[in-house]
Design a protein around this ligand. Sequence first.
Ligand code: C2E
Ligand code: MN
Ligand code: MN
Length: 405
Amino acid sequence: MQLYQLLYKSTATEDFKIEFLENFVSEIALKNKKHGITGCLLYDGTHFLQILEGKYTTLSQLMDVIESDQRHTEIVMLLKEPIVEREYINWSMRSVETDASAMTCITSQYEDVANLLSLKRRKDNYLSRADLILNAFLNGEWSNRQLDFIYSFAKPPSKIKSSKLIVENTYPYYFAFQPIIDIVAMEASCIEVLIRGPNGESPENVLGGLDPNELHTLDVDSKMTSLAMMAELEFEGYVSINLLPMSLLEVPYAIERISHQAYKLGIPPDKVVIEITEQELIDNIEKFLELVNLIRVHGMKLAIDDFGAGYAGLSLLANFQPHKIKIDRSIITGVANDGPREAIIESVIHCAHRLGIEVIAEGVENENDLKWLIASGITKFQGYYFAKPKFQALPEINWPKFLTT
Ligand code: C2E
Ligand code: MN
Ligand code: MN
């Protein structure tokens, strides 16, 4: 059975005294020894950080027990990977209070805390990932962000004005509509328009299998319909439309046509957001940047869609800065209990903030993730938790109780 190393952080549900932790640790030390588990436990007065090493199945069983322990909550997995040999085998079972950071350190064998803090104990000064994470924890880089609801309490949620629907489709294309929620304004600030087949078929169904020429033409043509429908639905916020970068590059006057259609329908072009991903290779970046500027010249906005989903990544962002980035669902889902996602999202927020780019979290499906995202500073959300896309109509919004009471 493979040896594994596992690190998690969690939040204490009460104020633990050092004596209690000492007892607690000597209790579990016996059990852990029996099960071949080594490691250490740190407590900074609010958070726990635990490193565990042992056989995979034993560790998994132990995690089940740890997860149901009422003395802590908000368990965030930071590391779980195979190791060749134990790194924390010699750490002693004792508790120490360090004056530097008031860190309580409970390890599984005698060791100098100064060594722990400086992490210089290993030969050749090599630091493992566990060491580095531990160091980050000691520097407070894994401490919780505080939920700040002050602004969101101020306003009751506004309804989407009409729950209007497209009764009779006189258009050549079909769409579903999904809101982007602004929790500061407590309203749907934007509606994203998603292509569908006549019976609600998926975008892949509609767009897949077309040759590139047909695809790009349809992509642009269908936007005339999405804007017409939005005008018919009488929504006054932003309208987000999806386009492949190559559609904008290949179809003559694509941007002019979109902007003109919006203008004709009484939708101010600055309310139109063009969402693009890097799904297709953009081999002519110069030409693409010209196009980005043309969108700006027409007063429309640009969003990078599915940011972080493999295609739409850092090099795209390095080359041009859009108005908005939409962080992909694959990174958002599960963030409340996942260290790597937490670290990535915080960095993206930090980077976007410095560059004056608005951040939207896509694919929010549950309350824990939403709370975490709010605490990290995101105020705009799209996801099933608030509303699923509705075929040919504006959906109702589900407002979470914790935001509205
Ligand atoms: P997208 O632009 O990222 O649109 C969001 C997709 O995520 C939608 O799928 C939506 O239903 C789904 N979604 C939103 N919130 C959640 C959630 O909480 N959980 C889950 N599991 N899914 C969620 P949909 O409508 O199937 O669209 C898929 C993709 O098709 C879109 O991704 C977009 O890239 C593309 N697409 C849609 N319409 C057009 C179009 O007119 N032109 C082009 N070129 N692409 C389009
Ligand atoms: Mn999109
Ligand atoms: Mn997306």
